[in-house]
Design a binder for this molecule. Structure first.
Ligand code: GLU
Length: 306
């Protein structure tokens, strides 16, 4: 019965979002992403029971972009444990995803693992002593295991497209190198980073991959419960950049956005939610994706603040 109600709700949300005229702006600074049709909308919910419900374009693969930072963070914490926190902080930045301002003020230590500078530090940390292809293979192994789906892959055209226009990320990496917070030559770290961002998944695959952050019986144990709670805390405080407070206020769940228009959100013990709508709001987070998760969370009574 619950499942029927949820399926009806997802169908209603998809129909409402399909009719929405104001869809936000598709990211254009990565040329391949500029080609994506802003009319696309997909939503999927993976439940503790193992069922995955979805509506709209939920089987279509999209570029997960910064949502990949959740998976690399999980790998980095597994590899380095608390040592990682000497390279990157755990505070919200209140600034745009690609801002360089704080990096100079704070001696090359990025505020958190989800702003670009922080994600570069995390990728650099797991790259140390390895080849980029080994790290990317490990990332794909982790995501495929989490999603229970071996078809998940990296879109090379998207990676090359970002690489060709990665001036800001190169600036962030080089600044960190100057401050002694980059261990590999920056082209290696940037090359690995743009490929991790170019992982493609559908909403159904992403919702399934997020189950390891859900906790409870339906959650595959890829990280310890303590680490799972901490990754969720970082998603809550930092997952939407300078829109994180607004997302917490509107939705009330930990979430991570990407400039491809995807959002992964976690309703602890209940569900892993993935939504995709390529148009972004002025903070670089999916406009309709946020609205869709807000409706879903409200109607289902899912909040971490109950
Ligand atoms: N690959 C993107 C960048 O570095 C990720 C940003 C995002 O998804 O928010 O600009």
């Amino acid at each position: 019965m619950e499942t029927l109600k949820l399926q009806g709700l997802l169908d209603r949300i998809a129909a409402q979002m399909a009719a929405e005229p104001e869809r936000g702006q598709v990211a254009t600074y990565i040329p391949e992403l500029a080609k994506i049709d802003p009319a696309r909308f997909g939503i999927a919910v993976a439940l503790a029971s193992g069922e995955v419900l979805s509506a709209g374009d939920a089987a279509e693969a999209f570029s997960i972009q910064s949502i990949s930072k959740v998976f690399t963070l999980a790998i980095a914490l597994g590899r380095l444990g608390d040592q990682l926190w000497s390279r990157v902080g755990r505070e919200p930045s209140g600034l745009a995803f690609n801002s360089i301002l704080q990096l100079e003020q704070e001696n090359g230590i990025p505020r958190n693992p989800f702003v670009n500078a922080g994600a570069l530090a995390v990728t650099d940390a797991i790259l140390q002593g390895h080849q980029p292809r080994e790290i990317l293979a490990e990332l794909l192994r982790f995501i495929r295991l989490a999603a229970d789906d071996d078809a998940i892959h990296i879109n090379d055209a998207v990676a090359r497209s970002e690489q060709a226009t990665a001036h800001r990320n190169i600036a962030l990496a080089e600044f960190m190198a100057a401050m002694g917070n980059l261990r590999n030559p920056s082209p290696l770290t940037i090359g690995t980073y743009v490929h991790q961002c170019a992982v493609e998944m559908s909403c159904r695959q992403l919702a399934s991959a997020g189950r390891f952050l859900m906790g409870g019986k339906g959650s595959p144990r890829l990280v310890s419960p303590a680490r799972m709670r901490r990754i969720n805390a970082l998603m809550m405080m930092c997952g939407h950049y300078d829109g994180s407070g607004e997302f917490a206020y509107q939705v009330g769940l930990p979430g991570k956005s990407g400039v491809g228009g995807g959002i992964l959100a976690i309703a602890p013990n209940e569900a892993s939610i993935a939504v995709w709508s390529p148009g972004l709001n002025h903070r670089g987070n999916s406009k309709l994706g946020t609205e869709a998760i807000e409706i879903l969370a409200r109607e289902m009574g899912w909040s971490v603040f109950d």
